[in-house]
Design a protein around this ligand. Sequence first.
Ligand code: ATP
Ligand code: TPS
Ligand code: MG
Length: 330
Amino acid sequence: MGEFELIHRYFQGPALEAAGDVGAITLGIGDDAALLQPDPDKQCVVSTDSLVLGTHFPEHYLPADLGYRALAVAVSDLAAMGARPLGFTLALTLPQVDEDWLAGFAQGLAQAAEDHRICLVGGDTTRGPLNIGVTVIGQVAARKVVRRKGAQPGDLVCVGGPLGDGGAGLAVVLGETLPEQLSDAAREYLAKRFWRPRAQCELGLELAGIASAGLDVSDGLLADAGHLARSSDVALHMRYADLPCSPALQAWPEAQRREWMLGAGDDYVLLFTLPVASRSCLDVWLSQGHQVKVIGEVVAGQGVWLDDGQQLVNMDSLAGYQHFKDTTDD
Ligand SMILES: Nc1ncnc2c1ncn2[C@@H]1O[C@H](COP(=O)(O)OP(=O)(O)OP(=O)(O)O)[C@@H](O)[C@H]1O
Ligand SMILES: Cc1ncc(C[n+]2csc(CCOP(=O)(O)O)c2C)c(N)n1
Ligand SMILES: [Mg+2]
């Protein structure tokens, strides 16, 4: 099968091309580039993510899960900006044509496209070591965009869901030794949190125009809090006892839970700051089913600080996930 037949067979069709609001897609797959038309009062939001075997996902996987994860983690950056997803492109590099792999991958990708209401508008298919690149395009009103910059002293620091599931999920999908008391249901929940994370788009739309700053937790709570603190030129004080964790995570010892909640990443929940005047929004969002929780406050100063119940500790040296961290410059 050649490149064009492959594209036609697996990536063209309503499951991927009409998975979201097609109104904004003026021209999709088939020309030299796609055309997207945002609403008159909106700006385009663009973000790219790559997935590499061994770096972002383990060797043993189902192609459908990989397709789902590739799109969901990319869409998470649109959610973080308070944007509504419109379209995405897929840059796919494959070592060979494996029809079962492609059918599974396209099916998982289409499921993620449907769940996040986003249409495939184009891409690129090449031969080489497996690599998946997804570029997502969304729209947001300029005055409502949620940026890393904007947090003010006095604002509340909040998260949109449980922390640490990304780290525990990775342990599950890597086949590591698991605690005996971890139930089958909890193991399945964590594997699903890893392979099929749901980007918090609905919450992101609620935060638009209300949150003073925000981002998604991909590198780890402390690392991402550090990005927000630096961009906003403020300090974040967070209380360890207030960090939300899922019932599944409770099966691990406290030290392991703490490590994953603070630093593992792969959680894809939103971390945001909220002016105190908007505190009542939290009740509305909770009533809508969003698992929002206040975990600290923004204060004047710099850095990320954690109140462990006894003292306030500076956590800036805990870097979180960073590519090339262990390499030297030469
Ligand atoms: N090769 C690159 N060229 C230009 N800009 C880049 C490049 N790599 C990253 N960036 C930009 O650097 C900023 C930070 O990127 P980073 O990947 O850390 O953020 P992120 O996308 O939120 O994280 P994640 O990839 O974990 O979702 C973004 O604005 C991103 O577009
Ligand atoms: C096999 C395997 N080992 C480790 C990890 C953890 N991990 C890899 S990249 C990353 C940060 C986000 O990536 P990026 O910044 O590139 O978007 C994290 C938390 C994983 N997912 N799979
Ligand atoms: Mg991000």
